[in-house]
Design a protein around this ligand. Structure first.
Ligand code: PEP
Ligand code: MG
Length: 630
């Protein structure tokens, strides 16, 4: 049995130039663990693919000793001392986070951008936060020891966050995890329990753990660690986001992994497929090596694509733009070679604050984006509050809103803005104030009726006049006002809406949800959520044709746009602008560059003749294999 790391072969990873790294020679302070249920033979464990890439190397397990913090009460006389203990733990935690932050400089830029805001959020929670206020109160009023008070308060806050009806469940879980993470740090410091040490991880090793916190991930050195695999964790957590940002091939959520592996076991990890092969046989090892080489080749090819145009083989240009959720993504957009921002979701401006961002604050935020994008187009979508999103200022009555019993069908998107026109006015004014700094367009969310667009345009023109009267210099032609086509109502009234709009952006995420009556975030019905359903495609086709008849620009900015396999169909339907998650751009570009528009148009006609969703899937997934011609 290979439980001695000296027997394991050298680690390999497909990140960056292919390289065979020497494993470190230092011995870990902990002896190799012989886990129960371990098999000596090859074993394949499937998990959640969170960061693509292939890694081959010896396993290095780093499961953390849990903090011993039994529930404990105190006497009234101990309250002051207990509060002091908590203060000391807070000070120590701040110091540790400060060190972590100082270390960020050595990480790749992408990782720094991911980590810095998270560490800042942790530090904020060590200030006058609800967590600490609540914990201090519990020490005093419930006579609890500091660690018990911190644990109880963190769980109470996490439960509150998770009870929120926001449809971004992954986002809620992330926020709850942030609170738990800082409580965990405080508890370890209060109980003097050592943190997991990642210092001894040999170069080229694959880190194996039950769970990895985002702070642990921040300590990983991507030039030393070949891959990461854990028992717990999901694709949308901060840890996953960071591993992606660090470019470390990773598979999380591998049930039973730590039970089955022993330090030094050879591992082949595929972060794209979500597989972890323990103790691979010669065949699996060979397959891993081939995948490793193929991944490195693919990476190099995609990197070269950055500077190449998105043009089909017959010379048709396609515009590939990025969707932006927070300004921190701006450098990624540049790296991906995006031709502008096709969808700037402005919800970030309204989140995590107790008041509304005023015109000035919004002006600054838009100016930052426009300046970064130079002359590239930027499409700013005005607030799309879903009635249940966590925007405290809106839900706490500063701008009274009522989501109604069915928030997705209630006062959402443009409906809210027309009901509270001061919100729309401030946003229009802020965009207009910076319009001369770049190439900006404005997009209206969740429209169903041409009269809504008309009303919004009246407000828009009124705001422009007011600004002009005040002496604000505006471009001669006001930025265009476009409409999201994301409800069946808008799609089927697209010909009428087109007369009121300057451009369309098809939001396939909501269009599929509203067409199929399937909540896009509801796991129980997710099998029915299908943007390739003929009903969705027919609505899209109707809207696209309405726009093209008027020679009006039309793009797709839902998740569909970032899936390379759907590109032939979208181009065939007449779309020439796609806006997507920046990281999807290279692969989509690669697909565009392999296509002929005539083929795409013929293919789309064939797909649109079908009414069976299953058949459409077969055709779309089979494109390029000849199956589409059968
Ligand atoms: C959509 O609905 O497809 C869309 C792009 O908007 P969002 O995902 O922000 O609702
Ligand atoms: Mg939408």
């Amino acid at each position: 049995m290979k439980n001695d790391k000296t027997e394991a072969p050298a680690g390999l990873s497909a990140r960056g130039p292919e390289r065979e790294a020497e494993r470190g020679t230092e011995r870990s302070p902990e002896p190799p663990r012989r886990a129960t249920g371990r098999k000596a033979r090859e074993q394949v464990i499937r998990g959640i693919p969170v960061s693509p890439g292939i890694a081959i190397g010896p396993a290095y397990d780093t499961t953390e000793v849990p903090a011993e913090a039994p529930r404990r009460g105190i006497d009234a006389a101990e309250v002051e001392a207990e509060r002091q203990r908590l203060n000391d733990a807070v000070a120590l935690s701040r110091k540790q986070l400060g060190k972590l932050r100082a270390r960020l400089g050595v990480l790749p830029e992408e990782a720094q951008e991911e980590l810095a805001p998270l560490l800042d959020a942790y530090v904020l929670m060590l200030g006058n936060s609800r967590l600490l206020r609540g914990a201090r109160k519990r020490i005093e009023s419930e006579l609890l020891a500091a660690e018990t008070a911190v644990g109880d308060e963190a769980e109470a806050i996490a439960a509150l966050i998770l009870a929120n009806r926001d449809d971004d469940r992954a986002g809620l879980k992330r926020r709850a995890d942030e609170v738990r993470e800082i409580a965990r740090r405080l508890t370890r410091n209060l109980t003097a329990t050592p943190f997991r040490s990642l210092k001894g991880v040999p170069e080229g090793a694959i880190l194996v753990a039950e769970e990895l916190t985002p702070a642990d991930a921040a300590l990983l050195d991507p030039s030393r660690i070949a891959g990461v695999a854990t028992d717990e964790g999901g694709a949308d957590g901060h840890t996953a986001i960071m591993l992606r940002a660090l470019g470390i091939p990773s598979v999380l959520g591998c049930a039973g992994l730590t039970e089955s592996v022993v330090r030094g076991d050879q591992v082949v990890l595929d972060g794209g497929a979500g597989t972890v092969v323990l103790r691979p046989g010669e065949k699996a090892l060979e397959k891993g090596r081939e995948a490793l080489a193929a991944f490195a080749r693919e990476r190099a090819k995609l990197a070269k694509l950055r500077r190449l145009p998105a043009v089909t083989t017959d010379g048709e240009e396609v515009e590939l733009q990025a969707n932006l959720e927070i300004p921190a993504e701006l450098p990624l957009i540049a790296q991906a070679g995006a031709q502008g921002i096709g969808l700037l979701r402005t919800e970030f401006l309204f989140m995590n604050r107790e008041d509304l961002p005023d015109e000035e604050a919004q002006t600054q935020a838009y100016a930052q984006v426009l300046e970064a994008m130079g002359s590239d187009p930027v499409t700013i979508r005005v607030l799309d509050w879903g009635g249940e999103k966590d925007m405290e200022a809106l839900s706490q009555g500063i701008a009274p809103t009522h989501a109604g019993p069915n928030p997705a069908l209630g006062l959402r998107g443009l409906r809210l803005l027309l009901k509270r026109p001061e919100l729309l006015e401030a946003q229009f004014a802020a965009i207009l104030r910076v319009a001369e700094k770049g190439n900006v367009r404005i997009l209206l969310p969740l429209v169903t009726n041409p009269s809504e667009v008309k009303e919004a345009r009246e407000i828009y023109e009124r705001v422009a006049k007011r600004l002009k009267r005040k002496g604000v210099h505006l471009p001669e032609r006001l930025p265009e006002l476009g409409v999201m086509i994301e409800t069946p109502g808008a799609a089927l009234a697209a010909d009428a809406i087109a007369l009121e709009a300057d451009f369309f952006a098809i939001g396939t995420n909501d269009l599929a949800m509203y067409t199929l009556a399937v909540d896009r975030a509801e796991a129980e019905v997710s099998h029915l959520y299908d943007p390739l359903h003929p009903a969705v495609l027919r609505l899209m086709q109707f809207a696209i044709e309405a726009a093209l008849r008027l020679r009006m620009p039309v793009s797709v900015c839902g998740e569909m746009a970032g899936n390379p396999r759907l590109v032939p169909l979208l181009l065939g339907l007449g779309i020439r602008t796609l806006s997507m998650n920046a990281s999807a751009i290279p692969r989509v570009k690669q697909m565009v560059r392999s296509l002929d528009i005539g083929d795409c148009a013929r293919f789309a006609r064939r797909v649109m003749e079908q009414s069976d969703p299953q058949r459409i899937h077969e055709l779309v997934m089979g494109f390029g294999t000849g199956a589409e011609k059968a």
